[in-house]
Design a protein around this ligand. Structure first.
Ligand code: F6P
Length: 328
């Protein structure tokens, strides 16, 4: 007979995102609520391999719901990609008598978690935490809302200079290979054009669009560029090409960068993290493993980790359309 789950460990893995602490708090407190024993693993899979594990309790996660980053720290582990590394990780879990693992992270972390869960028949539940919002099986990942608000605020500030100096700004936002962050911040920030990897409009169409903006009386423009976009070699090359082909604008480039990863999580991210954290423990106690909890149509749902990794979220065409219409 299988041993009942009693000791549950939690870790954050991959890039940090605002709201991870709220998820840690929810997982730890839900475990305690159901009379289970929570453990924190520091520095993701890297820390697990090295036995960086501590027994937690409900008070250990006090005053963190409002904090950005992750109190458990995080890492991207090369060693966990090897079978030797994963064996060491399994031995550490056994040594600490841990029966199940909750992993908060993105697709890289879930890929490792899925392989591990299958290799050692170990119960793992994933909670999607990344500012990129690129995980299949959830409409929103923890941190995306905060990061898109941060990017929008940055665009608002840059707009002041753009309009005062009649300038053209290229603003690069994060998102790795996905354009969700760029699309949301671009629409919210009123960008003239939004360049995302999922929809390559081509550099000449961009130049034409900016030329048209001038013709219809716009004196300044903002182009939001997803870091994964392939329209130009990079945002600087893109700006150079446009400058050379569109003499009547003075352009500048801004890369918002890691500011998007930090800061106090929004209400939305805290609530999302709390809902997913509670569900993660509940699905484990129902005997499920190798799944990810997510939010679809405002309902908490479960997706097989293998599907969360295999499939890709698609960009909502309606949002692209809105952006086109509103730049008229
Ligand atoms: O996945 C989150 C993310 O911030 C991406 O948007 C970005 O491409 C990447 O991480 C940056 O990673 P690092 O912090 O390791 O430079």
């Amino acid at each position: 007979m299988k041993k009942q789950i009693q000791n549950i460990a939690i870790m954050t893995s991959g890039g940090d995102s605002p709201g991870m602490n709220a998820a840690i708090r929810a997982v730890v407190r839900t475990a305690v609520f159901y009379k289970k024993d929570p453990f924190g693993i520091y520095r993701g899979f890297e820390g697990l391999i090295n036995g960086d594990i501590e027994r937690f309790n409900a008070r250990k996660v006090s005053n963190i719901i409002n904090r950005g980053g992750t109190v458990l720290k995080t890492a991207r582990s090369k060693e966990f990609r090897t079978i030797e590394g994963r064996k060491k990780a399994y031995e550490q879990l056994k040594k600490n008598d841990i029966d199940a693992l909750v992993v908060i992270g993105g697709d890289g972390s879930f890929t490792g978690a899925k392989i591990f869960s299958e290799e050692f028949d170990f119960p793992v539940v994933g909670i999607p935490g990344t500012i990129d919002n690129d995980i299949y099986g959830t409409d929103f990942t923890i941190g995306f809302d905060t990061a898109s608000n941060t990017a929008t605020e940055a665009i608002d500030k840059i707009r002041d200079t753009a309009s005062s100096h009649n300038r053209l700004f290229f603003i690069e936002v994060m998102g790795r290979n996905a354009g969700f962050l760029a699309l949301y911040a671009g629409i919210a920030g009123g960008a003239e054009d939004i360049l995302i990897p999922e929809e390559n409009i081509g550099i000449d169409k961009l130049v034409e669009s900016l030329r048209r903006s001038k013709r219809v009386g716009k004196t300044s423009s903002i182009v939001v560029v997803a870091e994964g976009d392939k329209t130009g070699k990079n945002v600087f090359e893109l700006a150079k090409y446009v400058d050379e082909n569109l003499k009547d604008y003075e352009s500048r480039v801004v890369i918002i960068g890691h500011i998007q990863r930090g800061g106090c999580p929004t209400t939305f991210d805290r609530v999302l993290a709390s809902r997913l954290g509670v569900k993660a423990i509940e699905v484990l106690l129902e005997g499920k493993k190798n799944v990810m909890v997510g939010l679809k149509d405002n309902k908490v749902t479960i997706t097989q980790l293998s599907n969360a990794i295999k499939f890709h979220r698609t960009i909502n065409k309606e949002l692209l359309n809105i952006s086109d219409i509103l730049t008229t």
